[in-house]
Design a protein around this ligand. Structure first.
Ligand code: COA
Length: 511
């Protein structure tokens, strides 16, 4: 069979070749926020499982976040923009009802002369990134593929009105390079989707950044979608792999299980919920002895237990060892940055890769649960490459993500009072035109794109904070590039870097 590119077969092993993440340079501490919000001590840190929350000043919007992360990925890979044939953005941070973020990103492609780039934006709450990923993988696997890479971008600014949802905010963006012979492959024929019409979280007020949230319904909807997707996934896996007399698919068939993460506590409960699903699905099987002491829950129905605290606790306890191994390493960024919405699940993937030794990643199989309110959800799985040799794509990806902890530590802490003022400013000036942001440029990470101005016709212009290559510190030269930041204190102590801006149209290097 010939595809359009003249190849004799369809591409194999289509998946994620590389990933880059961007999170803002500011955070508020959740301990401090508990004091400020006058809630009981431990509500945000223990009850929700969050330690810090990233946020943006009025200098950043969805376009600037995506510009930053796309450029970071392209530079890291040393890729030419002409090597990209598809670019899709998943986001629910809508600043224009017509113009896509994707079209703004095309400015980065200008100097390469490449305008032949398919794809626009996908929106459904936190699910848009997954839709963009599936579309891009499908493009590479299709007759329309022209042999080039696809880029998937997921980005959001998650901010809530004052009240109980505010500590579950966050912000950030992910860019993923998609192509054949990838070190992380989406397993074919093995994903399960659940969609339903629910008003659990939505954004009907287009003049505000804030959603309308029914928190309890959103937690219930997440659990229901997880149950439904897992059931469908298990059935498909059992059909595909009916081998060696083993009938039931369980969590033990996965090496890691990652979740869309609105807050970390929900994820630990969700792994417990999958263990409860396994327990109910494995009734009477040879696996029964694994569930000693849980027999009294045998006749329960999933749909009657969304808020059953006793069942929740029993299965969180039962799955604790699995959680430590399969899921906890994926929560590094979620705990420190918060809910990024569309990038959340992929930030978990980045965290998981960054937290493991390369040997621990060899050939593993990872479950991925994507959830977007409203609702759209899918459970799918990834296979990591067996090749971890020197210079292998998986090792290169793993090594490139080792700076994450430094990058998190080099952020700037902002008091809850200042955080509240900044969110108030964003709220008051959202959709204002003309408008010139007032947030300090020197507080941004080097190389960050930022909003320069919104003109009277709502047209936005962007600049890039130029990297200062080196600074002198105690006689040592330290590169002031957050990707290679050697000292965790560098950005805090020495972030007096040049703010010499680069205009959007001046920024692209000839290839
Ligand atoms: C998630 C959300 C509903 C929680 O708000 P809330 O109702 O005020 O929070 P709760 O009173 O239930 O407290 C949260 C948890 O902290 C616990 N908690 C409260 N105070 C505590 C304290 N001092 N120490 C320890 N834990 C505490 C509660 O017991 C609760 O635990 P549980 O979930 O195991 O019952 C809210 O933040 C929200 O709407 N977020 C946005 C929507 C969202 O993220 N949905 C998730 C699915 S998409």
């Amino acid at each position: 069979m010939n595809n359009q590119n003249g190849h004799h077969s369809w591409p194999e092993k289509v998946g994620i070749i590389d990933v880059e993440i961007y999170f803002p340079s500011f955070y508020v501490d959740q301990n401090e926020l508990e004091n400020h919000d006058n809630v009981s001590k431990g509500k945000y840190t223990i009850g929700l499982g969050q330690s810090k929350m990233g946020f943006c000043s009025d200098r950043e919007d969805i376009n600037s976040l995506c510009l930053t992360v796309v450029e970071q990925l392209m530079q890291k890979r040393g890729l030419s923009y002409s090597q990209i044939g598809r670019l899709e953005v998943g986001t629910e941070t809508i600043i224009d009802k017509s113009k896509s973020v994707k079209t703004v990103l095309m400015e980065l492609f200008k100097e390469s002369g490449n305008h032949d780039v398919e794809g626009v934006d996908s929106t459904n709450a936190c699910y848009g990134g997954t839709a963009a990923l599936f579309n891009s993988v499908a493009w590479v696997e299709s007759s329309a593929w022209d042999g080039r890479y696809a880029l998937v971008v997921a980005g959001d600014i998650a901010v809530y009105a004052e009240g109980n949802a505010r500590p579950t905010g966050g912000a950030g963006a992910i860019a993923m390079l998609i192509g054949p012979n990838a070190p992380i492959v989406l397993e074919r024929g093995l994903r399960s989707t659940y969609m339903e019409h629910v008003y659990d979280f939505y954004k009907p007020n287009l003049m505000s950044e804030y959603p309308t949230v029914d928190g309890k319904l959103s937690v219930q909807s997440y659990a229901k979608a997880l149950d439904k997707c897992y059931d469908g996934f298990c059935r498909k896996a059992e059909k595909l792999h009916k081998t060696k007399g083993k009938k039931c698919f369980t969590l033990k068939d996965l090496d890691a299980m990652l979740f869309h993460t609105p807050y970390c506590k929900l994820v630990q409960k969700s792994l417990g919920r999958l263990a409860f699903n396994d327990f109910l699905r494995n009734s009477g099987s040879e696996l029964e002895d694994q569930y000693r002491g849980l027999e009294m829950y045998r006749d329960l129905k999933l749909e009657d237990t969304y808020f059953n605290k006793e069942v929740e606790k029993a299965f969180v306890d039962h799955s604790r060892t699995m959680f430590e191994k399969m899921t906890k390493p994926s929560l590094l960024i979620a705990k420190e940055v918060g809910n990024m919405y569309t990038p959340s699940l992929y930030a978990c993937l980045v965290s998981y890769i960054a937290s493991q030794s390369i040997e621990a990643l060899q050939g593993i199989r990872v479950g991925m649960f994507s959830y977007g309110s409203g609702l759209a959800a899918t459970l799918f799985s990834l296979r990591f490459s067996d090749d971890i040799s020197k210079g292998s794509p998986l090792r290169a990806l793993h090594d490139s993500l080792q700076s994450i902890k430094h990058r998190l530590a080099s952020r700037m802490e902002v008091s809850p009072k200042r955080f509240t003022e900044i969110l108030k400013l964003r709220d008051n000036t959202h959709h204002q035109a003309p408008y010139t942001p007032i947030g300090k440029i020197e507080d941004l990470f080097p190389n960050t794109w930022y909003l320069e101005h919104v003109d009277e016709k709502h047209r936005r212009s962007y600049l890039q904070k130029k990297e200062t290559p080196c600074i002198q510190r105690n006689g040592c030269i330290t590169k002031m590039n957050v990707m290679n930041c050697e000292s965790t204190k560098v950005a805090e102590d020495f972030c007096k870097v040049s703010a010499t801006p680069i205009r959007l149209s001046e920024s692209v290097q000839p290839v």
